[in-house]
Design a protein around this ligand. Structure first.
Ligand SMILES: C[S@@+](CC[C@H](N)C(=O)[O-])C[C@H]1O[C@@H](n2cnc3c(N)ncnc32)[C@H](O)[C@@H]1O
Length: 253
């Protein structure tokens, strides 16, 4: 089942603005690690001169396809095919405007996609159901997922708002669900590092997401009095890589 989510153009734009500022303290850039894994998989297919069918789920403004396209020239690399799905028409419109090489597909709860993929990428779309992934992946296919864990990338904010915190499934939930679906190769790597934010950044994030219940001016003031105008926040992203075919994926990663 595909779940509907309250996500719109306004929220997408705010989120992109805040998250595009890179201020990592530890020097770890988990996105680089995530995309390097993706590039290793694509390179494997290119070396064998085989076609690689990629699906990006919850593509939003097409960040994942853009990263792939800026690494590979799709007009030359004729073996790379990217489809991307999202439930937001507005965001897909923006994605399509930036890049016309990806096949952007608007989906809803009942959409049937009659294709199977070698590589399914999910960056920050926890609501895309794993049952659906299961029907869309080839026998040798690889599913790679990046998300934030229990603290949702905001540990110090969690510590201030434990009672109003809207929690959701963590990395172990997804790991176990994939296990139940018979994904035999399961690699989960969790990261922990600090990143600098301003109160304005955090305010934008909390206004545009469902992280703190009924986020209000009172909550803003609580953050200000506890953390000040700029502060470091501990992030807790993870990467989960999975496949049903252990022999195949072990050749690549
Ligand atoms: C946090 S954004 C991530 C966007 C993009 N993957 C990125 O990394 O920048 C989540 C996206 O998933 C989409 N989405 C949420 N639930 C979905 C579902 N069930 N099926 C497809 N897209 C979904 C939202 O519309 C939104 O564009």
């Amino acid at each position: 089942m595909i779940y509907m989510v309250d996500y719109n153009l306004y929220k997408g734009k705010i989120r992109n603005k805040v998250l595009s500022k890179k201020k990592y303290v530890s020097g770890v850039n988990v996105d680089d690690i995530f995309f390097n894994n993706i590039f290793s998989i694509i390179d494997f297919y290119l070396k064998k001169k085989e076609r690689v069918n990629i699906l990006d789920v919850g593509t939003g403004t097409g960040f994942v396809p853009m990263k792939i396209i800026s690494k590979y020239n799709l007009k030359i690399n004729k073996n790379i095919f990217i489809d991307a799905v999202d439930i937001s028409k507005d965001l897909l419109y923006l994605a399509q405007k930036r890049d016309n090489l990806t096949n952007y597909i608007l989906i809803n709860n009942n959409t049937k996609i009659n294709k199977k993929y070698d590589l399914i990428i999910n960056r920050l779309c926890p609501r895309f159901s794993l049952d659906k992934i299961d029907t869309l992946i080839k026998k040798n296919g690889i599913y790679i997922y990046k998300e934030y864990d229990n603290y949702r990338g905001l540990k110090e904010i969690f510590l201030l708002f434990k009672k109003k915190w809207i929690s959701r499934e963590n990395s172990f939930f997804y790991y176990n669900e994939l296990d139940k679906l018979n994904f035999k190769y399961l690699y989960l790597k969790k990261y922990n590092y600090k990143r600098k934010y301003s109160i304005k950044d955090i305010d934008n994030i909390l206004k545009s997401t469902n992280i703190v219940e009924n986020y209000s001016l009172k909550d803003y003031n609580l953050i200000l009095s506890n953390l000040g105008l700029t502060f470091f926040i501990t992030q807790d992203p993870y990467i989960l890589i999975s496949s049903k075919c252990v022999n195949f994926i072990e050749k690549i990663i």
